[in-house]
Design a binder for this molecule. Structure first.
Ligand SMILES: Cc1ncc(COP(=O)(O)O)c(C=O)c1O
Length: 374
């Protein structure tokens, strides 16, 4: 027997794969507890924009009821969930695709559908990093376009970056991590002046005071909306997202996604979550009320907190750097996120998920602690 060296096989790897940048996730509570020797019961986790209220009781009951069907495949295209989403979104089933793991799977599916070797995708930064990571995996070239210095959206800069190789323009509204919106007029400008697909990531739309941009789908055949159950619905662990898209894109997505892309438990959980309107209302109302109070209280500690339409805020912790701030918060048992891994936001910004009133009071105290630290 001759054993061949691994290089014989690693040479099979696609060139594009070796260029895929790393996605830097927020750490889990158990990772942090082990690293910093904290008491898990007292740790407050506000680094991943999860819902601090935990899942709805109706959802956990639905998951328990559905557990007996875990040995069976679900419906291949999650049609029950898609039907439940027709009422929630106001769009018919031929405009809706649901899939897991999370909206991330639909970002992949769109790249699989539209992006091949040498194609370009435009990504205004700072923003959610997975758009670029996913594109590179399909041989695409991310073209990063900076937001304005105040993080507002710059449609003209995006238009300037468009070439005949541009396949997808990735927009995020409310934007992670900056919390601001993209205006409908800017989306219209891009939709009309380019032949690219305009993706609008509305992972955080429920928390916004502004309306969804999904109404633009009635006018344009090149707009896709991405949504998730991870945030307002409190189901990040279920890993489920959906798109609202023109029928021609929906049928393309259904062809390229793996069959059974939504597990029986995720489908049952999501349907129960859509039906639990009180939970959704409570989580949105909590964020909308607490977000403003938090921004005002942090601003009084002399750090600059930016306005936000999401369930998170960013804070400039200068003259401290973001890593020092994250460490200082950990000493107070609070896990927040350094923005270092986002492009074009510098080394002095942290992102904090809006918590309950009690959690937010602890955040403000942690900022006072940070200010007084050497
Ligand atoms: C803007 C944005 N889009 C998409 C996602 C991914 O969502 P999901 O958990 O559905 O994969 C996130 C996750 O934090 C996000 O912030």
């Amino acid at each position: 027997m001759t054993k061949k060296s691994k290089e014989v096989y690693t040479s099979l790897l696609k060139d594009s794969v070796s260029n895929v940048p790393e996605y830097v996730p927020g750490k889990t509570t158990s990772q942090i507890v082990a690293e910093y020797g904290l008491d898990p019961k007292t740790v407050i986790k506000l680094n991943a924009n999860e819902n601090p209220l935990g899942p709805s009781k109706k959802v956990t009951e639905a998951i328990q009821r559905e557990a007996k069907n875990a040995s069976l495949y679900p419906t291949a295209d999650a049609s029950n969930l898609r039907r439940a989403l027709t009422e929630y979104t106001g769009f018919p089933i031929e405009n809706i695709v649901a899939a897991g793991p999370g909206m991330d799977s639909l970002i992949d599916a769109l790249n699989k559908l539209f992006v091949g070797d040498g194609d370009e995708v435009i990504i205004p930064v700072p923003t959610f990093t997975y758009y670029g990571i996913s594109a590179v995996g399909f041989g695409g070239i991310p073209v990063y376009v900076p937001l304005n210095p105040d993080y507002s959206f710059n449609a003209d800069a995006v238009l300037k970056a468009v070439t005949d190789k541009t396949k997808i323009i990735w927009l995020c509204s409310p934007n992670n991590p900056t919390g601001n919106l993209v205006a409908a007029e800017d989306v219209v400008k891009l939709a009309e002046k380019t032949n690219a697909i305009i993706f609008i990531d509305e992972a955080y739309v429920e928390f916004s005071e502004a309306r969804s941009l999904s109404f633009l789908l009635k006018e344009y055949e090149n707009i896709v909306i991405g949504r998730t159950f991870s945030k307002a619905f409190g189901l990040a662990g279920m890993r489920l997202g959906y798109t609202i898209a023109p029928a021609w894109i929906t049928s393309g997505l259904l062809r390229v996604l793996p069959p059974f892309a939504v597990s029986v438990l995720a489908e049952a959980a999501a349907i129960a979550a859509i039906n639990d309107k009180e939970y959704l209302k409570a989580s949105v109302e909590m964020v909308q009320a607490e977000r403003q109070k938090l921004i005002e209280s942090i601003s009084k500690t002399s750090y600059k907190a930016y306005p936000s339409e999401g369930n998170f805020i960013i804070v400039d912790v200068s003259p401290k750097n973001s890593k020092a701030a994250v460490d200082s918060f950990l000493r107070n048992g609070i896990i927040i996120r350094s923005c270092d891994s986002f492009q074009n936001i510098g080394k002095n910004t942290v992102r904090i998920t809006v918590g309950t009133s009690e959690m937010n009071q602890k955040i403000v105290k942690a900022f006072e602690f940070l200010k007084n630290e050497k």
